[in-house]
Design a protein around this ligand. Sequence first.
Ligand SMILES: [Zn+2]
Length: 195
Amino acid sequence: MATIKILIEWYAKQLEHGRKASSTCCLIKAEDKKIITDPGCNREKLLKALKKEGLDTADIDYVFLSHQHPDHILLAGIFENAKYITFDANLIYDKDLMLTFDKNILGPDIEIIETPGHVLEHLSLLVNTPEGKIAIAGDVIRRVEGEEQIVDISHPDHSQAKGMDMDTLIESRKKLLSIADYIIPGHGKIFKVDK
Ligand SMILES: [Zn+2]
């Protein structure tokens, strides 16, 4: 079984000329692999959180990027030895090598699943842990600052991203909610799924 540690919980704050924000970043340990999900954009916080786990950027074996928005991926390049599983779901990146995608590459406890809707190319992870199945959802399930966290599959996607498709997004939400015991949203707190 795998374990998940939330290294940085999503935060967002409205500023006069924009916002200060970064997505949730997790560390998964599965067999002998260490995996970082959506490293976000706060280098200082991320390095500090890794250090607290006794880790350095060089210790990370895989980086998982749910989709192409910069608040999820800006720090992707700082892990010098990692292979990259990305929203480009046909390839796994290892420096300048673009290798055939293998959906079982993270071992028997981690499933890589396609969850389009927020944008067309979007992946989530489903992780077998001692607490149950935990979905690292990316932006399939998200909220904006100031909003109460509720589970509503038709909740509007405020990002207005190019390629956003509400019907597809609802299908991806249904899929995650039906298979996961817990959801870790890209923006929001971990929650238990009411079955
Ligand atoms: Zn996004």
